[in-house]
Design a protein around this ligand. Structure first.
Ligand SMILES: [Ca+2]
Ligand SMILES: [Ca+2]
Ligand SMILES: [Ca+2]
Length: 849
């Protein structure tokens, strides 16, 4: 490969070990700065630099404004890429031109009009460096020696709020405690020439500028997810080429990426297929064979198997080969040796799948129980959150993609307390809101798990009366029933108190939405009283002037009410005999909401035409710092399945023939239209149907089998790999569930072998690295960091499932395991993790047959 950086066919600059991307990934704006955009550098296989763009802040935060890319031009002759950027809020346009110059790129900022007065001294060219890859390494600025700090301990000043560039929709990420001033970081160093990581050849980079001063900042001073930022302020009153940088990432001569040997970290049962997928640098030459070693009881090792390497071919930027050691069945401790590369050990044993759901059900789920004190051994995970309850949201837009219309659709006035909502429910994800659509999903997932697998596991003490949860303390009640009850308690309270479902119960202010720490400290526990001054507490100690109370977003959405009604019917069935009172309340709300939602949807269809009603049904729920996309996808999937799933649920709950008729009217056309999307619902119906149904479904299952065999030719891993901005674990889990159920009902068509595909992927056989995506599950090497609410500790909550492999255009998969803050690859959601419980329970049933 060339020694100099060259513009390649995929429109990025490349030399061996170095990729420089110029807005291959534009700022998407979904959640503003997602740390995935602008000028990016993939340095010896790791995306260590991103965010290269004209920015308005020294160290931009998630809700700071991002530039819109208005054009991108690739000039092959000149070897350059030019991108035009615009900030509509300030009518501010700029251009960045990146040109290959030998081993370096020149980055130049051009202005046709001077920087707007409001942004003078604020707008600059920024480039961001991944802290976990640079901390503790050295840097030299103009010859002065220094070291990147492990933790943010540099200096700041405060400045008047009036001087701060506007944040997303005018929200504020900070609580200024009444000072009317914001915090601005001071630089770690300034100068014209910086050499970073001279002590680490894989990370070493030189950057210089003759016409502008380089300033190095630590973004973690403002936000734990901040990066190191190098920037130059744009000069005022100048046009033309205003800032020029020369950026030279070092390349290790002849560098070849280490092979990534993908295999299942939890191991294999003796009779399952065992195929390692080995990811190779495209300049790497595949070896002829690999070897499996067994570790004996005396600690000695012996060769258990030696087999040929088979080529699969190229998939995006790497080549893939496979090592099949299926023939090894003897229980034992093994590792794979491929050339110089040796994996950690793994087991072949009958019992490797026995515990795959335990961390999720015993630890992750109870920690996400809202409105409870949750403790484990000596550790308190969180106190009881949101004691002051929820206020009626006023008309508003929202930072987490929710909105409240002008009508509240309730009897409450804006900012009036809606009683009784601070009970039950589950935290959405890495944030702490109750996202109603997700919570409906969660209860449904628990009910399915309960009805299909009847798990009696009891490792959690739950007292609704004491609002107290203790992990690892059995209380005589199966935990799944308690989880169904906990989810239902909140959703029934919504229906009873509001009259219909809220779209979400969420934060009212951005400055506590990004909370990291004990959920009980998000709000002050005192009722908000606008008569008091901010931060003032009433004489009786019960009210405060701090507007931190959570809000209920109550714009009525009959489609959401309809979903809730369906779920309530099932919850009523599951809770009868355990909590009869709640079961009856759920059934009452089910019937009422079903009727009202049907009438409302009919009226709206009449009033606004079918297209609008359809759009209405699609407007389900937004959500979270990231999982809005996932939820939208789920919502779309629900709508694709149409009323099918709902009618099935209703039939299962009521046994009324009309629902069965509706289901039967639609299922076959839906299967004809899209067998992949419909198969799960069709299989869900099997337990309620007769033999004729099963027989009629058989050819569709055969068709589905052909569809899944096709995955082997699409990618080396044989599972559907998502390329969206939120990695594809939900689709993979859906696929896994469908395959497991298809095997359980049609074992002669879908073999047991197919059910292991998803397990392999989840537990380590995937691109980028070979760690298990499920926290602590994966006996030897689970991932170490996840985007949970303890992410600031670079930690995980056991049982969390990462979204997984995030695709960056045009050809890069990644899953950071030293940086937890990118939600699209590391955030587990309550809906996704409960879906994992179903998949893993089904897989255990398949394995245990
Ligand atoms: Ca229990
Ligand atoms: Ca409060
Ligand atoms: Ca959320």
């Amino acid at each position: 490969m060339a020694q100099d950086l060259k513009l390649n066919d995929l429109e990025y600059f490349e030399r061996q070990g170095v990729n420089v991307l110029v807005f291959s990934n534009p700022f998407s704006g979904g959640f503003n700065d997602e740390k995935n955009s602008g000028i990016e550098v993939i340095h010896h296989g790791v995306r260590t630099i991103q965010g290269g763009a004209v920015r308005l802040n020294k160290t931009p935060e998630q809700w700071d404004l991002v530039p819109k890319m208005t054009s991108r031009k690739v000039d092959r002759e000149k070897g350059s890429i030019e991108v035009a950027m615009r900030y509509d809020d300030y009518d501010f346009d700029s251009r960045v031109v990146v040109t290959a110059k030998g081993k370096a790129v020149e980055i130049a900022i051009w202005l046709d009009k001077p920087v707007p007065q409001k942004l003078a001294g604020e707008a600059g060219f920024n480039l961001e460096f991944l802290p976990s890859q640079y901390w503790l390494k050295t840097f030299t600025m103009d010859g002065r020696l220094n070291r990147f700090p492990r933790y943010a301990t540099s200096q700041t000043v405060t400045r008047p709020n009036a001087e701060k560039p506007r944040q997303f929709k005018g929200f504020k990420t900070y609580d200024d405690r009444g000072t009317d001033r914001f915090v601005d970081p001071c630089p770690l160093e300034t100068g014209h020439r910086i050499i970073m990581a001279a002590d680490a050849p894989e990370r070493m980079i030189r950057i210089s500028s003759d016409d502008a001063e380089l300033q190095l900042y630590d973004g973690r001073m403002l936000a734990q997810n901040g990066w190191f930022v190098l920037r130059s302020v744009l000069p005022t009153d100048k046009t033309g080429k205003v800032v020029t940088w020369t950026v030279e990432p070092h390349a290790i001569p002849g560098w070849i990426r280490e092979p990534n040997i993908g295999f299942s970290q939890i191991g294999y049962v003796p009779d399952q297929p065992k195929v390692a997928v080995i990811e190779l640098d495209k300049l790497d030459r595949p070896l002829a064979s690999a070897t499996l070693f067994r570790i004996n009881d005396d600690g000695s090792t012996e060769q258990a198997f030696k087999g040929d390497i088979k080529s699969w071919g190229a998939y995006y930027k790497y080549n893939y080969v496979k090592f099949d050691f299926t023939s090894v069945r003897k229980p034992g401790i093994y590792y794979i040796q491929y050339g110089e590369s040796k994996t950690n050990n793994f087991l072949i044993d009958e019992h490797v799948y026995d515990k795959i759901t335990d961390a999720t059900t015993d630890v992750w789920v109870p920690i996400h129980m809202n409105h409870m004190y949750v403790t484990e051994g000596y550790r308190t995970w969180h106190g009881e959150p949101f004691k002051e309850g929820y206020l009626q949201a006023p008309e508003s837009d929202h930072f987490d993609l929710h909105r409240q219309g002008a009508q509240t659709d309730t009897k409450y006035k804006p900012l009036e307390l809606i009683p009784g909502l601070n009970i039950g429910g589950f935290f959405d994800a890495g944030d702490f809101d109750i996202e109603t659509g997700s919570n409906i999903n969660v209860v449904q997932n628990f009910i399915r798990t309960w009805e299909l697998f009847k798990p009696q596991r009891d490792e959690t003490f739950v007292s609704q009366q004491q609002r107290y949860v203790e992990l690892h303390r059995p209380d005589g009640v199966p935990d799944i029933l308690q989880f169904i009850e906990h989810g239902t308690l909140n959703l029934v309270a919504q229906a009873e108190q509001i009259g219909h479902m809220a779209s979400t119960l969420s934060n009212s202010v951005l400055d506590n939405y990004h909370h990291l720490g004990d959920a009980a400290s998000i709000t002050d526990g005192l009722h908000y009283d606008p008569q008091l001054k901010p931060y003032e507490v009433s004489a009786d100690g019960k009210r405060s002037g701090t507007p931190d109370d959570m809000w209920a977003f109550t714009t009525r959405n009959p489609s959401l009410d309809f979903q809730a009604a369906t779920m309530f019917a099932a919850a009523s069935r599951a809770l009868t005999g355990y909590n009869d009172d709640l079961a009856q309340r759920a059934l009452k709300q089910s019937k009422r909401l079903m009727q009202e939602a049907t009438d409302l949807m009919g009226q709206r269809r009449g009033q606004r035409g079918d297209a609008q009603a359809e759009a209405d049904a699609n407007w389900l729920t937004g959500n979270s710092d990231g999982n809005a996309n996932a939820n939208r996808r789920q919502a779309r999937a629900r709508n694709n399945r149409g009323d099918l799933g709902t009618n099935l649920q209703l039939y299962a709950s009521t046994k009324e023939k009309q629902y069965l008729d509706h289901f039967m009217e639609q299922i076959w056309t839906a299967l004809d239209r899209n067998v992949a999307n419909t198969m799960q619902t069709a299989l869900d119906a099997v337990p309620y149907m007769d033999e004729a149904y099963k027989k009629k479904l058989r050819p569709y299952v055969e068709k589905y089998h052909n569809y899944i065999l096709g995955f082997d030719t699409q990618n080396p891993y044989g599972v559907p790999i998502g390329l969206g901005n939120w990695a594809g674990v939900n689709a993979v889990l859906n696929f896994g569930m469908t395959v497991c159920f298809a095997h359980l009902y049609y074992p002669d068509i879908i073999g047991k072998d197919e059910a292991y595909r998803v397990a392999n992927w989840l537990y380590g056989c995937h691109p980028y690295h070979n760690y298990s995506f499920v926290a602590v599950v994966g006996a030897t090497r689970p991932k170490q960091v996840f985007y949970g609410n303890n992410r600031a500790d670079f930690s995980f909550i056991p049982g969390n499932v990462a979204p997984g492999l995030l695709f960056r255009k045009p050809d890069h998969f990644e899953n950071y395991d030293d940086w937890p803050f990118l939600w699209g690859q590391n955030e587990g959601t309550i809906a996704g993790n409960t879906q994992y419980i179903i998949f893993a329970s089904a897989l255990k049933a398949v394995v245990g047959e």
